[in-house]
Each structure stands twice: as C-alpha cells, then as structure tokens.
Design a protein around this ligand. Structure first.
Ligand code: GDP
Length: 139
C-alpha cells in the first residue's frame, strides 16, 4: 500500500554545520508538506531502538554514537508517493554514489555521516513517525 507520508531526521552533522534551513528549503521546494517537526536529541537507548535492525552490523556502535552526539530535527512529511520520492530526493546512502543535486550529494560527508534519514517503506514511515511524535504533534 502506498501512503502519502514519510519520516525524516536531519542528523547531527547537518545541525553542526548549520545546514538545517538549507535542507528544509530543499524538502519544501520538492513539494513535501511538514505535518510534524521538532528539534530533539536521541538518547543511546533511543538510537539503539531506532536502528535495532542494524544491531549486528560492524558500524552499529559508531552509528549510535553519531546519532546521539548532538541534536537532530525529526519530521513527518506529506506528499503523494512520499516514501519513494523522498528517497529519490535524498540520494544513495553513500554520498559518493548519490545523484547530483540530491540532499546527500550536497550535504553529506560520508556513508556514516550522511546528513539525513528517510524511511525505506510505508510501514517503517508509520513506525518511525510514531516513535518520535504523539498524535497531538501531527497536523
Ligand atoms: P539508509 O536507509 O540510506 O539510511 O541506509 P541504511 O538503513 O543501510 O543505514 C542506516 C544508517 O547507518 C545510514 O544512513 C548511515 O548513517 C549508517 N551506515 C550505513 N552503512 C554504513 C557503513 O557501511 N558504515 C558506517 N559507518 N555507517 C553506515
């Protein structure tokens, strides 16, 4: 089932570099509507839970450390075909492989510090949005 919402995080490197506004501008220009947004910081437990699917991977500890080292911006975005279109907008996980003009190509440093998260399925978009936002924070 295709839904019209996805979930994103601007990761700590984006906030450290002062790229929040520029990335949100790209997201808005691409036609996504912000239905929920907040600046927050993940605890170790939050990051371990959010990325539990990767907990056997060699980079898991680095990923948790990176995602907890400073604030993030979490948001739920709305647009037709949101999950797929947002993955196209952000580009490949590794910025060296990301298409020109994509958010990761422009703003990411490396495969680990890659500027933004985007849900990879409608099901995960729903789970991840609910992880960060209560019903009264979604408009
Ligand atoms: P995504 O869906 O494009 O974010 O990619 P994945 O779900 O495969 O990975 C989740 C996150 O883990 C990525 O966005 C990166 O921040 C990090 N990551 C993925 N692969 C690697 C890797 O090979 N090395 C390191 N250090 N981090 C990685």
């Amino acid at each position: 089932m295709v839904t019209n919402r996805t979930f994103t995080m601007l990761k700590p490197d984006s906030l450290e570099k002062g790229n929040t506004g520029a990335i949100l501008e790209k997201i808005n220009t691409a036609g996504f509507r912000l239905v929920a947004m907040k600046q927050t910081q993940l605890s170790k437990r939050d990051a371990e839970a959010f990325y539990a699917v990767h907990n056997e991977r060699p980079f898991f500890n680095d990923l948790v450390e990176y995602m907890t080292r400073g604030p993030i911006v979490a948001a739920i975005l709305e647009k037709d075909n949101a999950v797929e279109d947002f993955r196209t907008l952000i580009g490949a996980t590794n910025p060296e492989e990301a298409a020109e003009g994509t958010i990761r190509k422009i703003f990411a440093t490396s495969i680990s510090e890659n500027a933004v998260h985007g849900s990879d399925s409608d099901e995960n978009a729903q789970i991840e949005g609910a992880f960060h936002f209560s019903g009264r924070e979604i408009f």
